[in-house]
Ligand binder design. Structure first.
Ligand SMILES: Cc1cc2nc3c(=O)[nH]c(=O)nc-3n(C[C@H](O)[C@H](O)[C@H](O)COP(=O)(O)OP(=O)(O)OC[C@H]3O[C@@H](n4cnc5c(N)ncnc54)[C@H](O)[C@@H]3O)c2cc1C
Length: 562
């Protein structure tokens, strides 16, 4: 059992500590508050902090296992001592913070296995192999991994097994929920299970092994968010690219840039309207000519192309921002074309130009340096850190995962949610009326998420961030724009029939594998919920989306964080 210390924080009992030290060695178990504080840091990256930037709940201890067997032994120890646990891969952002006062943080940084299998176009990775390392190793073989918008420092294993998985190159690198191959999993009871081809000792190349496929059951679109045990190794897909080896980098931080490899082009298409952009998109996808398509709001392009906030503000006032960063050019696609031969490149290039022109579009003027900066950030997925610097606090909206038919409506909804607060004098970071990032998945459907920039040091701004976040869900309930992608925790239950029986099903999975809710998180489903509550929650939608309730909820979040 955990006990409480003088400040009423739970502490590790001597018996539990001795057992953990026996499993891992004393060096890899700590409850030193100075170290624990590093695992309770909510800076406003991914979540909204309270006034002091610390998460309200700290882990009672942090343990660092090195093997799957050690992870299993730690989980069994937690069970014996009535403790909960939370897996932590790299902890980029605040999503890995523990959510109950009896939780141990299982930090997986010693498990950094990384093996490229080029002939099978895949890698086998552990939780602490970062996207940066995986990408660098893959490039040596003319391959690339999918890097989610979180950028190079996150864990592709955490992304593929447990948390979303969408990223700006999804047109050709798919999304991580679809890139996970065979997997190794320690259940919340401490049992080690392998799935897909790894279950038969055949290697890590296929997700659907003998018997029914279980990948969807374990993660679905959003992922278990640490609420369903610990994943310790996976196979992950890699994708062929048109060059090999180290990416050339020029310039100085923060304005790093990379020259485009041969037979590669970066274009920035601007359309007269979102309707025109939508029709052009259908043609571009039908002809399969673009390697990457990414729509960023113009101010985000501007933050990337300028060295500092001061430069961005000065050039906005002077009217000297490059074309892709100007507000009037918000219906846009940044297009990357990467071909294998000059002939293929000519065909792709001409086709893209023809389609854009056919839909009334044109291409922005850019200098080679600006093009190099955009290419560098696109290829390394560093956009988020570049864009984050504008305000220091960032979270995101509900996400639209649906047909490109919804593109104009998604932007309109994005504006409706943000325009007032991002206008001069508003409580959010001043910016474009909408902040939608949009891209296609596998040449077919659209992902859109409206980024919310707040000042993490200012309560009114944090409250505005919360208002926008909760307001997005409320708006989706009233007037749905396609399928809501980022449904997590209780929001799923309130959303109710629009997502079928997904939460009830996930609850069954959770309860089956983790009846005592030891794998504790707020990012999955509410476990053990009585069916009557399940029925009542959707009825709360009108109450929760009413203006007074939204106001109170956002004030509370602005003060205390989430
Ligand atoms: C600024 C920012 C931008 C982001 N942008 C995107 C984006 O564009 N697309 C996207 O998909 N995601 C995005 N994310 C979320 C991101 O996917 C995750 O942070 C990342 O993929 C997970 O890697 P991590 O090492 O940070 O995981 P952690 O923070 O360590 O963990 C993330 C979650 O997964 C659980 N978890 C971690 N490892 C394991 C494991 N081995 N077994 C079981 N559960 C585990 C944790 O408990 C936690 O719930 C963003 C996050 C931030 C902070």
């Amino acid at each position: 059992m955990a006990r409480k210390n003088a400040k009423h924080r739970m502490v590790l009992s001597p018996q539990a500590r001795t057992e953990l030290e026996t499993i891992l060695g004393a060096r890899y178990v700590t409850d030193d508050p100075a170290l624990l504080s590093g695992y309770a840091w909510n800076t406003g990256v991914g979540k909204i902090p309270g006034g002091d930037k610390f998460a309200p709940i700290w882990p009672i201890a942090v343990v660092l296992p090195a093997t799957t067997e050690e992870v299993a032994a730690v989980i069994k120890c937690c069970k014996r001592h009535g403790l909960s646990f939370r897996p932590h891969s790299t902890g980029y952002g605040s999503m890995g913070c523990v959510t109950s006062p009896d939780s141990i943080c299982i930090d997986l940084r010693r498990m950094n296995h990384l093996e490229i299998l080029p002939e099978d176009r895949m890698a086998v990775i552990g939780p602490y192999a970062t996207a940066n390392q995986l990408q660098a190793e893959a490039h040596k073989h003319g391959l690339a991994c999918h890097v989610v918008g979180a950028g190079p420092s996150h864990s592709p294993l955490a992304s593929a097994t447990s948390l979303i998985g969408v990223g700006i190159t999804s047109q050709f690198t798919s999304a991580n929920m679809r890139n996970m191959l065979a997997w190794e999993w320690v259940t919340p009871e401490g049992e080690i299970i392998r799935g897909g081809s790894a279950a038969s000792g055949m290697g890590w190349y296929a997700s659907d092994g003998p018997g029914p496929g279980t990948r969807g059951l374990l993660r679905g679109f959003f992922g278990g968010g640490g609420g369903i045990g610990v994943f310790t190794r996976i196979g992950i897909k890699l994708f062929p690219i048109n060059h090999k080896g180290k990416m050339e980098t020029l310039g100085q931080v923060p304005q790093l840039r990379s020259p485009l490899p041969p037979n590669t082009a970066l274009l920035h298409a601007i359309f007269p309207s979102y309707d025109a952009q939508r029709s052009a998109t259908f043609d571009l996808l039908q002809d399969d000519v673009c390697t990457v398509l990414l729509r960023m709001p113009p101010n985000h392009v501007g933050w990337t192309l300028t060295e500092s906030n001061a430069e961005f503000v000065r050039r906005t006032r002077d009217g000297t921002l490059p074309e892709p960063a100007r507000p009037e050019n918000s219906a846009n696609w940044t297009i990357l074309i990467a071909s294998r031969s000059a002939a293929e490149h000519r065909w792709r290039h001409d086709t893209v130009r023809e389609i854009v022109a056919h839909h009334g579009g044109r291409f922005a003027e850019m200098t080679t340096e600006e093009e190099g900066v955009l290419y560098h950030n696109l290829a390394t997925s560093q956009y988020v850190p570049r864009v984050l610097r504008a305000s220091g606090g960032i979270t995101t909206s509900f996400g639209v995962l649906d047909s490109f038919h919804f593109l104009p409506k998604a932007v309109e909804m994005g504006e409706m949610m943000l325009a007032e607060d991002t206008a001069p004098g508003g409580d959010l970071c001043e910016g474009s009326p909408d902040e939608q990032w949009i891209w296609p998945h596998e040449g077919r459907y659209m992902w859109a998420e409206n980024i919310i920039h707040f000042d993490a040091t200012n309560e009114a701004s944090r409250a505005a961030g919360a208002r926008a976040l909760i307001g997005h869900f409320a708006a989706q309930w009233k007037d749905p724009v396609g399928m809501t992608g980022l449904l997590v925790g209780p929001i799923q239950d309130v959303t109710g029939p629009r997502i079928g029986k997904a939460p009830a099903f996930a609850r069954k999975v959770k309860t089956y594998f983790d009846k005592d809710d030891r794998s504790k998180t707020k990012e999955y489903v509410i476990p053990n919920m009585p069916p009557v509550v399940e029925k009542i929650l959707p009825a709360l939608r009108p109450v929760l989306s009413s203006a007074p309730v939204l106001h109170i909820l956002s004030k509370l979040v602005g003060k205390n964080g989430i």
